[in-house]
Design a protein around this ligand. Structure first.
Ligand code: C2E
Ligand code: MG
Ligand code: MG
Length: 630
């Protein structure tokens, strides 16, 4: 006799899961749709397993058609379940996206044929037949197992091939567990066909899927019922190239300051209210929240973005009323049409974020629109980032040297180390193309260290002091100061190459002089180790002579722009500045000296050192050594 004792709790658990499924918003992606299909199909399998087993044992008591109907439904759902359980694995692994060939759908053909055979069984008795008022397994009954094994095997093959693509180990092994539990289920079913235990195993794998992938919280933002950026990435990745959407980015101006003003709890309440407002005003849109007051809303193409922006702006004119305060917020917008673009979600997200940063910075009060040019720029930046990473990792950053002359004697007394990258085609990439990127993603710390180390190695190997070179300037980005042990790290490198730190002068740009106290402290630590400082690019940032006095610079480098300005239109500004610096005790270096006249004039104005193409362009270290150190 059949043992139903396992079927009933399974059904109850499924009912609970189904109830919960609809309690929170779900992202419309294949994986979630497949999970819902599993819940529904599994419920049918259990119900009809139960009903048909019962009817089969009491055939005479019921109309024959009812017995056939429940058996047909049971077997059909049984085969469908094998397919959908595999389809779920494939969706998690995104194998359908990997192979855009529609032929992959032929994989579902065996399951479909089996289902058709079940439907035909009342007439031909393939899977089961009823004879003399008794139920019998048909000649093709074992297809039940073969079909299940077929899809289990496919799942394992897919897992072996694609599971590396899953970001987290938890996902990878969670999916394996899901497949292995199903395998155990079918083994037990074959061994004990009269105990309806297989459904219990199916439920166990459904629970694993829920715990690892399907908990809706994974895709939801903590504040309000909108999706998070992981959801955005997965949604875009799944629909890449086939999406026809407009994305509206909304950024709360000065989000961090606003959080300070209103407090975290109230701002969170504000964000929840904003989410609710967008959800209720645009019920068909997909709404995502991406940190620091930035919303990304996906609209279908027929929605006019200007109407949407007007509606949102209108609402932001009045305050968001939280429990304790009226929160006044101002917003900026970025619009992107992703109908025609095929780009990775990372690219789309970075383009949106930089557009929203622009909208937030106040540089553009208008709506920032992201077109192909913006995307191309992001693509270039991404490529540059990659090149930079490889160069840093493989110690491929090149260092060039440009000589500095003593204005009075005309002799080369110093040099500046300037970095270069070389791309795959062998083209040289100037620092302007990558220093900013390296500063934004923190790579400047390693980059700067590599330049410094190569300079030290050069000093050790070539002993330039023997040829009158008194020091080499190395550029230091303000970001490098974030490293609290910078002084120690640099002193250690200098020691490793037996280099006197006084031989290295560090150039800091004027613009970087933001946090005085921090800068002074770090500079003092480095001074203790023996390093000297030059203020780079004077005349490009904001000038604050008082502050300059407080930081221990020994040299001020006049940027070539103010030097050139003087030659275009001579006036008293530059001579006065040079005099002032001299009186304050600084040495002065003029950059951008391109001809003899410039050299003569800057010398007469009192500059101590000169740097520029007139003497030499920056050249590779080997070339420098061959030219000047022999
Ligand atoms: P910088 O420190 O002001 O360096 C001087 C720049 O002016 C160099 O450009 C040099 O090639 C250029 N230059 C020198 N003399 C002349 C001249 O007579 N005419 C013209 N037209 N240009 C001249 P480069 O090498 O492209 O470097 C640009 C900037 O990139 C540097 O400006 C510096 O701020 C930054 N940089 C370079 N290497 C590093 C580095 O290792 N670390 C950091 N943080 N920044 C670096
Ligand atoms: Mg410099
Ligand atoms: Mg400079």
């Amino acid at each position: 006799m059949w043992d139903f004792s396992f079927a009933i709790p399974s059904l109850l658990i499924l009912g609970l899961l189904l109830g919960f499924y609809f309690s929170l918003p779900r992202l419309h992606i294949r994986m979630n749709r497949a999970f819902l299909a599993i819940l529904v199909i599994e419920s049918f399998v259990i119900v009809f397993d139960f009903v048909s087993s019962w009817l089969d044992s009491n055939i005479s008591a019921f109309p024959l058609i009812l017995v056939h109907l429940s058996n047909v439904l049971y077997f059909t759902f049984f085969f469908m379940r094998a397919q959908i359980l595999f389809y779920y694995t494939a969706s998690v692994l995104r194998t359908m996206q990997l192979s855009r060939n529609k032929l992959v759908y032929l994989i579902y053909l065996p399951g479909a044929i089996c289902a058709i055979l079940s439907i035909l069984s009342p007439f031909f008795g393939f899977i089961y037949y009823i004879e003399d008022g008794l139920y019998h397994s048909g000649p093709l009954y074992n297809l039940l197992y073969y079909c299940f094994w077929f899809y289990i095997t496919l799942s394992i093959i897919c897992w072996l091939n694609y599971s590396e693509k899953l970001r987290r180990n938890r996902d990878k092994y969670g999916l394996l567990l899901y497949i292995l539990i199903l395998t155990a289920g079918i083994v037990i079913r074959q061994m004990f066909p009269h105990i309806l235990l297989m459904d219990t195993f199916c439920i166990m794998s459904v629970l694993v899927a829920y715990l690892v992938f399907e908990n809706p919280e994974f895709y939801l933002e903590r504040r309000g019922n909108v999706f998070n950026s992981t959801a955005f990435r997965d949604f875009i990745d799944e629909n890449n190239g086939s999406l026809s959407y407009n994305i509206l980015g909304i950024v709360i101006h000065n989000y961090n300051d606003m959080r300070d003003v209103y407090g975290g709890r109230q701002m969170d309440e504000g964000l929840t209210m904003i989410s609710e407002f967008i959800t209720s005003t645009f019920p068909t849109a997909n709404i995502f929240y991406h940190r620091r007051g930035r919303f990304l809303v996906l609209f279908s193409k027929n929605m006019d973005m200007m109407d949407v922006i007007l509606a949102v702006s209108d609402r932001f004119k009045s305050p968001w009323k939280s429990e304790n305060a009226d929160i006044f917020l101002d917003v900026g917008y970025a619009v992107m049409d992703i109908g025609s673009m095929v780009s990775s979600s990372d690219m789309i997200l970075s383009s949106l974020i930089s557009a929203l940063d622009e909208a937030d910075s106040g540089k553009s009060r208008e709506v920032v629109s992201i077109d192909q040019t913006g995307m191309d720029q992001t693509l270039k930046d991404t490529e540059m980032k990659r090149l930079l990473d490889t160069a840093i990792e493989n110690d491929l950053v090149e260092v060039y040297l440009q000589p500095l002359t003593d204005a009075r004697s005309g002799k080369i007394v110093g040099a500046e180390a300037l970095c270069r990258l070389v791309d795959r085609k062998g083209n040289q990439i100037p620092p302007q193309s990558f220093i900013g990127i390296a500063e934004r993603n923190g790579k400047i710390i390693e980059l700067g260290e590599q330049v410094f180390e190569k300079t030290c190695r050069f000093i050790k190997e070539k002993n330039p002091a023997a040829y009158g070179l008194e020091w080499i300037n190395v550029n230091l980005s303000p970001i490098q100061f974030i490293r609290a042990d910078l002084a120690e790290a640099f002193a250690k490198i200098a020691k490793k190459y037996d280099v006197d730190p006084g031989m290295v002068h560090l150039e800091i740009t004027e613009e970087s002089m933001i946090d005085d106290v921090f800068l002074q402290r770090q500079m003092a630590l480095m001074r203790e180790k023996g390093f000297k400082f030059a203020l780079d690019d004077f005349g490009t940032g904001y000038s604050n002579l008082n502050r300059l006095k407080r930081c221990p610079f020994s040299n001020v480098k006049l940027d070539m722009s103010i030097v050139w300005d003087y030659f275009n239109e001579p006036d008293e500004i530059l001579p006065t500045i040079i005099r002032a610096f001299k009186q304050m005790g600084f040495e002065v270096t003029a950059e951008g000296i391109e001809d003899e006249n410039m050299e003569k004039v800057m010398k007469s104005l009192g500059c101590d050192y000169l740097q520029g193409y007139f003497c030499s362009k920056p050249i590779p270290m080997d070339e420098y050594a061959a030219r000047y150190l022999t």
